[in-house]
Design a protein around this ligand. Structure first.
Ligand SMILES: Cc1cc2nc3c(=O)[nH]c(=O)nc-3n(C[C@H](O)[C@H](O)[C@H](O)COP(=O)(O)OP(=O)(O)OC[C@H]3O[C@@H](n4cnc5c(N)ncnc54)[C@H](O)[C@@H]3O)c2cc1C
Length: 475
């Protein structure tokens, strides 16, 4: 990289958003420089070789859903879509007091698909608590984007209470779902974000999960980097951007921590909010002060992610989740021995996530491993005799931006007040929960500003009877 290299576009941050955006631009013929502060690309969806266990470990296990349409489009582009191991039929296996409950995934017209799990819900919650969902179902079926946003100031716990939701239903369904999908306790979650996700669960069917058969970085980093290089661009690691260079309301380029100045007519800031805010502060551009203040409002959920290699197999399941309990450590579990072909012949390798208040950053690694093993024993009796052959505990301070009350309506769009400066990243206004899919859609939204053609797909909408009700109401 020369002192004042010139590119068609500079992308700051080599996570899913930055690499996908750079690939879209490179495919359109642009020479793109991607600048990454760390020694390796991938951001919050990265993996590395763990010498002790002899395997590629992820920063924390990630699931891909059938709703990850932008993310899968990019995997198809880089030739790795077949590296996702889909689990149709069962959405998730729930573990509750040592009992396993398979939640079915069916493609019946919404909301009839809910009937597939109706008997299980009735058995677990009883008639009164199950029916207490009715006012929320009614609202979710009718609400439009404006109605959703109007609920942003309210927390999900108060809002569900105001709708008469039974306490058992809140604890059993809502706490588990929102902690694992939105990474936030109910009391600290925007009602708008909670209703957005429930509305899609109600008005879409057949959704199911898939698991990467390779380490997360392998899914997209080599393919995107190759696409960027093919057009004369590059992914520069250990290249932290210190500040943007802005003059007369136009972005000119970026200044690296090393002092080098790189020039481009377009700069895409593809950072999480907690990294974007200090960079914007160092830029000292009054036009960017409101964006800096917005970025400061977003806080990341802490995660503790653990991998345990065991000397025996726990069973054939790929994925299970514990029903919410305040005393738990981990929420979701993945047996990589049933997902990754290279681990097929040996004992189980279980990767799991502890999220938000359950992440317990104050616990020692030993305590995390011991509790994880105990939670595996609830899942499979074979874990009681199992020996731990290797363990990795990874703590992430800011894993995913939490949708706290007031933040759903603050999510910024791709354009900024500075001409030529665009935003991407999971936290931007994609109408999706913060995730790899949101990062991928944000990449498409930023690329379409530069390329002046539609690239992003429309946000997911409800269909079936729920969609019919919505469109009749809109008329
Ligand atoms: C443990 C864990 C589990 C998760 N589970 C799931 C899941 O199951 N499904 C799902 O869809 N999503 C999941 N997510 C969320 C998903 O990983 C993120 O939403 C997504 O990766 C965000 O991508 P991004 O490109 O927006 O940001 P990032 O990945 O954060 O990329 C930003 C990049 O910018 C770099 N950077 C920061 N500052 C600078 C600077 N000044 N100069 C240059 N570079 C800089 C960072 O190092 C980083 O590489 C999970 C995340 C974690 C951590």
């Amino acid at each position: 990289m020369r002192e004042s290299s010139t590119f068609d576009a500079l992308v700051i941050g080599a996570g899913v958003a930055g690499l996908f955006c750079a690939t879209e631009l490179a495919d359109a013929g642009l020479r793109v420089g991607v600048l990454e502060a760390r020694a390796c690309p991938g951001g919050r969806a990265r993996s590395w070789h763990h010498a002790g266990m002899g395997l590629e470990v992820d920063v924390g296990p990630h699931v891909i859903s059938s709703e990850h349409v932008h993310f899968m489009r990019m995997l198809r582009r880089v030739g790795t879509a077949t590296q996702v191991d889909w689990q149709p039929g069962i959405l998730v296996t729930l573990l509750e007091e040592r009992r396993l409950l398979d939640v079915a995934s069916v493609s019946w017209p919404p909301p009839l698909h809910l009937l597939a799990n109706g008997p299980m819900t009735l058995r677990r919650l009883g008639v009164r608590a199950s029916l207490s969902h009715w006012p929320v179902i009614r609202e979710a079926a009718r609400v439009d984007e404006a109605g959703l946003r109007a609920l942003d100031a309210v927390d999900a716990f108060s809002w569900l209470g105001s709708k008469g939701m039974a306490a058992e239903a809140i604890d059993w369904f809502w706490r588990s779902t929102l902690l694992s999908l939105l990474n936030v306790p109910l009391e600290e979650c925007s009602a708008a974000s909670a209703l957005r996700i429930f509305r899609l669960m109600l008005g879409r069917s057949g959704y199911h999960f898939g698991f990467p058969r390779v380490g997360l970085s392998q899914l997209y980093v080599p393919g995107c980097s190759a696409a960027i290089r093919e057009r004369g661009g590059e992914v520069y690691t250990r290249s932290a951007v210190r500040a943007l260079d802005v003059q007369d309301g136009f972005v000119r380029g970026v200044r690296l921590r090393s002092g080098a100045l790189l020039l481009a007519p377009w700069c895409i800031l593809a950072l999480p909010p907690w990294h974007a805010a200090p960079l914007l502060a160092r830029t000292r551009e009054p036009l960017l002060a409101p964006l800096q203040a917005t970025a400061r409002r977003f806080l990341g959920a802490p995660y503790t992610s653990t991998v345990l290699a065991l000397d025996r197999r726990l069973g054939p399941r790929r994925f299970w989740a514990r029903v919410w309990d305040p005393e738990d450590l981990n929420t979701d579990f993945y047996d990589l021995a049933n997902i990754r072909p290279e681990l097929a012949g040996a004992g189980s390798v279980v990767a799991c996530n502890a999220i938000g208040p359950n992440a317990h950053p104050e616990w020692s690694e030993q305590a995390v491993v011991a509790r994880t093993l105990q939670e595996l024993q609830d899942f499979a009796p074979a874990a009681r005799e199992a020996r731990v052959l290797g363990a990795s505990v990874h703590r992430i301070r800011g894993a995913v931006p939490q949708p706290r009350p007031g933040t759903e309506t603050l999510r910024p769009g791709a354009r900024t007040a500075v001409t030529g400066l665009l935003l991407a990243g999971d936290w931007t206004d994609t109408a999706l929960p913060c995730s790899m899919e949101s990062a991928a859609r944000s990449a498409a939204l930023a690329a379409e500003v530069i390329l002046q053609r539609t690239i992003a797909l429309a946000p997911p909408e409800t269909y079936g009877l729920v969609g019919l009700l919505r469109s009749r109401r809109a008329k």
